[in-house]
Design a protein. Structure first.
Lengths: 464, 464, 464, 464
């Protein structure tokens, strides 16, 4: 924005460098909504006649339609989405357009557009999380009784249900939804009306504007309002966390789909081949998603770095908030969509899972707990079973192939009933504490999530 | 933890590399509290007699006292805080100690200790934020009517009150407190009782344990519970944001304390000199704090990187969560403490601020709005005033030294009343919209924060 | 790439998610150059007839022209730049095209294209650094005898020459050029010919291919060659460091262009105004550049995160290397270009600088060294002068306005000659150690850089 | 450092916050070496008598011995390692000590100590890399003819030698060594003698000092020299890259040591068990190392953030460079040491590897290349073999169990000789291009590295 004060036009190279319309045009809908609300406030304050206000409304809506139809000509010499739309409006309706920017700065206007954008995208992404959770839940329901090894340190640990694994994923994504909801609360604050950093001598009714635009509250300090990008950083953090969770889910699925594990197989429609090796079928969607964690983390670092040690209020550095923001939003939405579509086509290889879950070593802890129930202190039982494991390994036997005699040598507490231990399903039945994978618990959690997801789907966009 | 299964002792180098007790000993209080609650649950479940339980309680409390008195001997060959305390207990009380780890894994135990630690530190840091806000508010109150230039792009923009600036800082730190409060909700979930990743065949009452330890809820999925470090990442993000806000405040104060600005001066007690240059008095506390943003951001990146693409449930990588966590906590607490102590000693140079605020260019927007009130469209008024600025600059005159005639050449709407514009204080009086810096608004916000801060101070540790 | 092995087409959503042609099309020139060299090797190995090879060459060059003229139709269903060009070639020339991918995988092909791209861009950016250094040097030459205060901790420290400051900047950017040169050495290694990860049973002459494409060496391990993105990470680190240096230069210029400092003024052509405040003239180019450090750091974090803990050799995650790479390259090139154009138009306000440099406190160290030369130990001298500073401050006097008597009270070593100390220019003349800002040193360094820069400009693109 | 200028002592809290001696004491050896060289220069310049210089030398060496024996009392009120040693010296030897800081500032002194430290640690870490490479090479030599599947996308791709994999790792760590060597060149520049930022009126011979301390060159600009931390950032980047490479190696080993892969087994001495599950043997060293990538990345981000947008020359923020630096150095050295000790004890399960490598699908590409050699275009051959894969899969047959007739239906080019294709070892023999895994190539590279590593080990610490 250059007016009477400047003796010279901007250098072409400076203009190209500093323009933002090539990317912030995406905010046009929010910009127009904001201007319509602002015009209403100006009319109330007597700055605009009601006729002028109507002209502005109509003009802006026409421009919006033009943009949506791809007919609007964006002009980089007008710097940004704000000046492009204002200039087009004034060209179209004359002096009323030239009044629109009264008591407004691009500082509060840009903050407004960004907050409206983030609010809208939080809704979309919460919705995407719901779809992903539905896909995960569906897998749990479909394969509710499939037993598989649970891993810690990627080493076989104890038997679990495949469904219990899927429910674990749902929990993690639920925390993401919660975080977004909290972020929304802090985003849902109207910045418009604070001007450049010190309000205006023309006083507008900001509560009225907030009502028009659907904001729950109004910013209480003008300096803070124009310089605050906390909501962007917090949103980018929330998106980075979704990326983190997707990367862990991807890692598991990639490992499970190796020849060696063979637990799952991606459908052809969500796999790709090799340009060289004809036999290859690669889990590319999961790999790409795991890889995209990089840009989600990078975008978070980007905004944090940009704002670090900035002087208070508005500085032009803040223009750099958008690139990272748009990129993370697009990335997360696409990833959620792909996973929600890909998971229903996942083949679960029950036979491979259950064969692996049949490894008697997975029940070593049960064996120790068996001794505990007979009165042995756990630390001692742990030691006894550890020695049995070593003994079996030396003799190249499976743990459940040791004779009762050998077991009794280790502890006289072992009796005939020891054979009942080596049954993964029976082991699972005993695991009834809250959060543990007994069949009842798994079924109850499936039921819990089914109800919750059906409700929110029924309700449309999930309430924040 | 190595028992019967291993034929060999750990290599000394491996032990040194993998031990965590040299840093996780800090968690001892939480570890002991957790063990006492766990023992209570084991007693309820009939695994411990009430006598054994009492022995455990007594033994653990004695160990706690020993640790607090610096008499406890930590042993790195016992790996971590958990095994050190358990081993000391068993040595002290015998077999009852060997029963304590029944139906518990270090996976859920470590998660528990960490959650208790984060919960406690969120309280401390919220308290530190309150102290900082009090110091900022006190400055606002003390200098309530000092006018200074507001800056955007670090260029003089419009007059503000110094107090309005301080209130802006309070707003930002309030968002930090809010974020911590939300983080607390997600941290306040009991992980203990989920075992390694699949619960136990010995079923404990987790709701009872949550009650004992003051948790509001209980984790609902065992796999998720042992592998989840979201609460650490979220907490580190909250701390990074506090660092961001401190870095911006520091930047302002450093710039304001230059010879050239001369707006503020740090007290000798919070300044340092130069080893070479005898005249120097440097704003080191603000600089160090700005610099520490680096480690707060770095620690956030650290935890995000560590957890990226980990297989689900527990992996030893997670041990690396503590270094970053402890460092950020210590850093933020120290910085908050220093600022809360340093700000009350800040000298505010009213004369330099008000002289700078007397720059008539700061009222150029008022001049344009003056024309708007007389009926000119804002864009036109902006252009007219821009030209006056250019004219004054050419003639090497201050804007308010242009003659009325010259102004009328630019617009006939100018009249004698234009002289009333060039008064920063009067300009501020007109800025009455919510969030704008009119004297009434500033006083009302000071009143608002005074009430709120007095309440929370009265209430002791702020409620989350 | 999906052939006979797949029973199903890719889901449209999967295709959209995994395609890279929308951004990797930028590599077309390198892809075509690589294919031409590969065809030559295939011909040598007898896989292609010389006629087939000629058809391939001609076909590829036609495609290149089409792309350059914007006539080529990119097809996202063909995934990437590689398959798009191969498919277009085969369509155009038939079976010879279908032979091109013999003994080649996209894994080595993508690595090749990326290395060729990075090699080219290192040249461009080194060239951009030279232009920036020239602009900085020009400022030094133009204002060679302007004295200004040097700052540490942003507090006035000692007098320097403005030219000495500019030379400091040149040094920093020279390290960037050096780093890029080292990075080039590690990038300049041919990956083509290692296939997917294990070479091929059809053996090609890789040394010949390296010669064709101008590579200095040939990768020695096929697994490493397809999975290695070190050169991308190192390049992004080099670019982040350029960003760091630009951010510090920007910070100085922004502070110097405040009303309060008034040391420099940006030209109108490289400043922007405010949409609200008619008087504003903001240093937006410097601010934007400072802000862009965020994306340069973010892009570095992005690639590091993506590659972290990847299994060896090629994984699809690596496709995510390009976004960060292209963005950092574009960002740095634009910033260098803007600074090289903006600096020559910078107004240097000699009068404001020299007035500030006249502050006698800047010579406090000289005063102490004056005492040292008369035999006092430096620590004592430092203390003596410190007290004089305090004395002067109490009496509200400038340091050089203390009477000789007062000075002698502090130390009898002071004599009439003390008055010669308070002359910034004379102080500078004494600073003759290597690297210190004596006029001779400054002139010699200007001479040094002038010679070096003239040479490299004369030589065209700087040799790496 | 507070002398006459200050009317007040530092607040205790400020002192605690700003002291660095609790961590920078580690630099004492470098600080003392620097002071001895500085005293020599002061003596040459006539500031010190030769007697004073000798006193200083002797005093400093005594202090060094005290520190090494743990007898030195560090005093936090003296801020840093520099002032602690200077104060102790002056206390010990009187006025000569008070002369030591002539023509020196902590700004150049701190830069000196840090550069000496980084130089020394680069040597150590290069040495650690050599040890790791030796361990990798030893594994390659021991198992030179073990065939295993090579993976891309973690899916079986083509046969490789286990030794070829190990050689790939050596290549990556060699790039790390190279990068460190380049970093060393840029670190090996003497900063001492530039004072606070503008040299001194007491001119010292910096070339002489550089010679005393073993620096190859002398910094050429005083402002740059005190504010430059490029060498720290570059070093931290190099260390982050080592972490990246270790994380990938760790990931492979963790996956290979699962029950499902079963390719390798860690020795008991480098594994740990579970506190709960008696059968567990976890690859903790590899997991911890993978996890530590987080802190290495975090430390890089930390220094980059701290220096971002700092005003030129020295600012106190720079004190924050040490924490990240020391932590990354300690982390990388420990990780290299552990891997070098752990790898020789790795059990390589030849039988499991070769069984997996017997999967005939690994030779699908060979089959296509077989057709190419008979004249078919590669793209067609790829399609033909893809269909055979699909056919075999449908019929639940291994690829090499399809009848010749079935193969000929797909292409009449197949003949009896097709059976020779399905032999992994024969396939490897054909892969003779540079970098490909033919037995000859693998042997030659082993020979290459053996010679190089023996040389550098013979030469002691590797030359940079």
């Amino acid at each position: 924005m250059r007016t009477g004060r400047f003796s010279d036009v901007a250098a072409e190279i400076a203009q190209r460098y500093s323009q933002s319309v090539s990317f912030d045009w995406r905010l046009y809908r929010h910009d127009i909504a904001g201007s319509i609300a602002h015009a209403a406030a100006l009319a109330h304050a007597g700055i605009l006649t009601s006729e002028e206000r109507e002209k502005i409304d109509k003009g802006l809506r026409e421009i919006e339609t033009e943009i949506e139809n791809g007919k609007f000509e964006w002009d980089q010499s007008l710097e940004d989405v704000h000046m492009n739309i204002e200039a087009a409006l004034t060209k179209r309706i004359g002096v009323a357009g030239a009044k629109l920017h009264t008591a407004r700065s691009r500082n509060d206007q840009a903050a407004l557009d960004l907050r409206l954008y983030v609010k809208a995208e939080i809704g979309e992404i919460r919705s995407g999380l719901r779809s992903l959770q539905s896909a995960l839940l569906h897998l749990a329901e479909q394969h509710i009784d499939v037993v598989m090894p649970g891993y810690t340190h990627l080493q076989r640990a104890q038997p679990i249900f495949f469904a219990h694994y899927m429910l674990a994923q749902i929990e993690a994504f639920e925390r993401d939804a919660d975080r977004l909801s909290d972020c929304l609360t802090r985003t849902d604050v109207l910045p418009l009306g604070v001007g450049a950093l010190a309000g205006s001598t023309i006083v507008l009714n900001r509560t009225f504007v907030a009502g028009q635009l659907g904001f729950s509250s109004v910013s209480q300090n003008s300096i803070d309002a124009v310089g605050d990008r906390d909501f962007v950083a917090e949103f980018l953090f929330c998106l980075a966390m979704i990326g983190l969770h997707l990367s862990r889910l991807s890692e598991d699925l990639i490992i499970w789909s190796t020849n060696e594990f063979g637990f799952v197989e991606f459908s052809d429609a969500f796999s790709t081949g090799s340009s060289l090796m004809p036999q290859k079928k690669n889990p590319d969607m999961a790999e790409l998603t795991r890889g995209k964690t990089g840009r989600l983390y990078g975008n978070l670092v980007s905004i944090l770095t940009t704002v670090k040690a900035l002087p208070s209020s508005y500085n032009r550095d803040l223009q750099e908030d958008k690139h990272a923001l748009f990129d993370s939003v697009d990335t997360v939405k696409a990833a959620l969509e792909v996973f929600a579509a890909m998971l229903p086509e996942l083949t679960v290889n029950r036979e491979r899972m259950e064969r692996a879950a049949g490894d008697p070593n997975l029940l070593a802890t049960d064996l120790a707990e068996h001794l505990v129930k007979k009165g042995m202190a756990f630390r001692e039982a742990h030691e006894v079973v550890g020695k049995l494991i070593a003994r079996a390994s030396e003799k190249n036997l499976a743990l459940d192939n040791l004779s009762l005699l050998e077991m009794q040598e280790a502890s006289p507490l072992f009796g005939e009933d020891v054979t009942t231990i080596f049954d993964a399903r029976r082991s699972l039945e005993k695991r009834g504490a809250i959060g543990a994978p007994s069949p009842e618990n798994v079924a109850a959690r499936i039921e819990h999530w089914r109800r919750l997801l059906d409700q929110t789907v029924a309700a449309g966009v999930p309430p924040a």
